[in-house]
Write a protein that binds this ligand. Structure first.
Ligand code: SF4
Length: 359
């Protein structure tokens, strides 16, 4: 896809862009709402009506039936989820249509269908529940809904696993192996009860015996931002700051999660910072824009990014600029909304609503 802003938006100053955004907001009034994900740039977050993680924002999208237009400052799968949850009279726009998620792209529909077909010999839908992370395309959410499964985010993954394992013998989870593994451990499973399905290999690279014994089958996928954190970062940080509290996102590798003091969703990390006593030292293993905002918001606490060096930025979240937002707000009536076609939309809605029900 090619996307380029008109010159007047590319060359506008920050002050001019902010003025245009404010004026456009005033013109549209209450008929429009702006959702911003925690990983967005600080200057974009400033214009959000709702700030949250993908779970929180999907709840907002499902509940704001009073607006006609939702501008979602996030990545593509989030805007798709908002469109699935939105009512027929609502339209959802992604200010930068190139903002995707490399992790979501790691689970391709064809590969997942091939895996599901192979897993039929182990009981298929009767014995295995597909659980899809929010970070997937709408068609994979639809696949999940059609086969009796549900969606989860890092906020409610343990509840989703509980739901799955109370009803089926196994869970087939995609696409983040780290979130799946860390959730399995939280849930009380042993490492040997989880296997990784490598979609590039015949039979997922697993023996029949391994699949038979497994409780969780994890897709081989990851978030390139969160896998930059290592157990060595944790060790060095503790050495330098003996009283530090380390909190990380569960998309981090299992040995990082195990070495941290706490782990949880983006909202969990925000609450962790908010409720820590003044004077606390907190190292965070997640996306840098969130960490920087926490440090600015709580100047009475020493808050910094765990790796110290790698600058874990999500380049896709970072794509959305004030320029994009100004353009989108002034021109959305002429732009293509994010639209999930039927029957994908209805099937995906089943899986998303199940997620909202159980949490
Ligand atoms: S931080 Fe990772 S999982 Fe989240 S949008 Fe960026 S690449 Fe995707």
């Amino acid at each position: 896809m090619y996307f380029s802003l008109p010159t007047e938006y590319r060359e506008a100053s920050v002050d001019e862009l902010k003025d245009r955004i404010r004026l456009a907001r005033e013109r549209v009034g209450d008929r429009l709402t702006i959702l911003t994900h925690h990983y967005q740039r600080v200057e974009v977050v400033e214009f959000g009506d709702h700030l949250g993680d993908s779970y929180g924002l999907s709840k907002v999208a499902a509940s704001r039936k009073d607006v006609e237009t939702i501008i979602f400052c996030g990545v593509h799968f989030m805007a798709e989820a908002a469109d699935i949850l939105a009512a027929a009279h609502q339209k959802v726009y992604l200010p930068n249509p190139l903002a995707g998620c490399p992790m979501a792209d790691m689970a391709d529909m064809v590969d997942v269908l091939q895996a599901w077909d192979y897993l039929k010999q182990f009981g298929g839908e009767k014995k295995i529940m597909p659980i899809s992370y929010m970070n997937t395309t709408a068609s994979l959410k639809a696949f999940t809904g059609k086969h009796g499964g549900l969606i989860c985010t890092s906020s409610n993954a343990p509840a989703a696993f509980k739901y799955g394992l109370e009803r089926k013998d196994k869970v087939f989870f995609f696409p983040d192996e780290n979130l799946g593994y860390n959730t399995g451990i939280k849930f009380g499973l042993k490492p040997e009860q989880m296997v990784i399905w490598d979609f590039a290999r015949e039979g997922g690279g697993l023996s029949e015996e391994q699949i038979d014994r497994a409780t969780i089958i994890l897709w081989k996928g990851h978030c390139h931002v969160h896998i930059t954190f290592t157990a060595e970062h944790v060790r060095l940080t503790r050495e330098q700051y003996p009283d530090v509290r380390i909190v990380v996102h569960p998309e981090c590798p299992p040995n990082v999660v195990a070495a941290a003091d706490a782990n949880g969703s983006t909202s969990f990390i925000v609450d962790y910072c908010r409720t820590a006593p003044p004077g606390s030292t907190i190292a965070i293993g997640t996306e840098i824009n969130l960490v920087s905002r926490m440090a600015m918001q709580y100047p009475d606490k020493k808050i910094f990014e765990l790796s110290g060096l790698t600058c874990p930025v999500c380049a896709n979240m970072y794509r959305t600029t004030l320029n994009d937002l100004a353009y989108c707000l002034e021109n959305f009536t002429d732009l293509e909304p994010i639209m999930v076609p039927e029957p994908t939309k209805s099937d995906a809605l089943v899986a998303l609503e199940k997620m909202l029900e159980i949490t």
